[in-house]
Design a binder for this molecule. Sequence first.
Ligand SMILES: Cc1cc2nc3c(=O)[nH]c(=O)nc-3n(C[C@H](O)[C@H](O)[C@H](O)COP(=O)(O)OP(=O)(O)OC[C@H]3O[C@@H](n4cnc5c(N)ncnc54)[C@H](O)[C@@H]3O)c2cc1C
Length: 505
Amino acid sequence: MMVASSTFDFVIVGAGAAGCAVASGLIDRKAGSVLIVEAGPPDSGMLVTAPLGLVWLMGGKRDWKYRSAPQSALGGRRLKIPRGRMLGGSSSINSMVWFRGRRDDFDNWDVDGWRWSDVEPAFQAIEERMRPSRLADPHPLSEALQSVLGNNGTAPPTPEYESAGIFHFNMRRGRRWSAADAFLRPARAGGLEVLTDRQVDHIEFVDRKASAIVLSDGSTIRARKGIVLSAGSIGSPEILLRSGVGPADDLESACIRVVADADGVGRNLQDHPAVGIHYVGARSGYGPTVRQVPLWVAAPFRYLTSGTGPIGSPTVEAGAFFNARNDGGPPDIQVHFLPFMMGWRNRLIVPGSGYFSDVCVCRPRSRGSVRLTNRGLEIDLGLFTDPADLDLLVAGFRRLRQLMEEAPFGSYRGLEAFPGVDKVRSDEEIRQHVLDTAGTAYHPVGTLRMGEGPAPVTPRLAMKGVSGLWVADASVMPQLTSANTNAPSIMIGHRAAGMIAEDAG
Ligand SMILES: Cc1cc2nc3c(=O)[nH]c(=O)nc-3n(C[C@H](O)[C@H](O)[C@H](O)COP(=O)(O)OP(=O)(O)OC[C@H]3O[C@@H](n4cnc5c(N)ncnc54)[C@H](O)[C@@H]3O)c2cc1C
């Protein structure tokens, strides 16, 4: 794909969840000419639009397929870190679960202009476009969760109090409705230029002012008013580090010329640690069984005519929020529930019918980092480097087992197949199970946190130490929100556009 000019008022790097909202906001405000550059291809095809397609997207060519550094607390295990690499970014590969987070997540950020009262109107505005709604055709297993933890009626569970049930999703008529659908395509009609399949290598500075992006093929695109980094929590710090903006010691040891010594770049990486339980039963959730052959044969027709059935399922259908120790405190654990037979021990699909549920720590204390070394990019998730996260997940695992026992699954009920109640029962055994199998919920944030003092990005999202450069994506969150991170990322992009349009010279 070609663009008509090589100079724009604004150049946005990364057409992901936040980047699409930034582009739309700048176009709507008529802030000038805008180009958005995306490393991946367009988001066309059934695997993107049909919710179940995400199973095949992960690990495919539209996934960055990052892997973590060996995790010290996990005996050196390396974890998969999927990230969307196409228009829509991770909003085109994700499960479309929609949560704003807990109100005091934003108050606790303690950043001027980003408290709950500041961000709530932005959530309302983006929801006009994303239109999250209850899953139309949940599996009966998912429906059964609605009545546990105090019965939440037909409302989705919320991290504000203990609750369970069917989640809300950014889907329309059974198809994915990503940030590219809601923001990028309408903005394109308003004049936004879009460049796909072009990876940004670094940013060029003149007297510390960001003046151009340099693509991996060596070509240059200039920005008159500013450059916006929206390449996500891994991509944005990586580009900055390659551009010479970061901790001077690290840059020098990676043989990169220092433009600005910015200590916080790539630090403060956080993700929700997660561990799950697998259940198997003869008449249980979706899976490859002889009994379900008619269901799977009819599935494409059912999906194409009504958008329902297993192909219309984003796999995660329901879940819960609860307090791990059941001590009357606020929820500190999120549960995801998938009415699907899921493989364990590195097998994606195993024969049988069943379901899977996991627990994630809502507000982990552990921190990791994104660094450039002379061996290349190093993503250290830092999982369980704070032992409090492990203790909480062990308690959450126990309560999840209890919740799964209490749920009125009826004839769909399965038995715990992995790890198995006979094999993993004591706290010590659960702790070892967590260390052996835990991963993350794929919610990395925080690597370019905003704030006063040592934070590398200002509350107005400008990169400190240089000019003409803003950051607008999940990387600016000072701390994780208590649930899934897509809605907060889009909210950040939406608000960023207003700030950048006002502040750009
Ligand atoms: C498998 C998976 C499932 C998830 N499920 C959910 C869910 O159900 N609900 C939820 O709320 N959240 C979910 N998330 C998380 C959510 O999607 C992210 O938090 C959100 O998309 C982050 O937005 P972002 O704009 O920061 O980054 P992204 O959406 O990842 O966008 C970054 C964009 O920048 C591009 N880019 C990166 N580097 C470069 C470069 N050098 N040059 C050009 N372009 C570049 C990328 O290709 C990408 O398009 C999930 C994530 C994954 C991966």
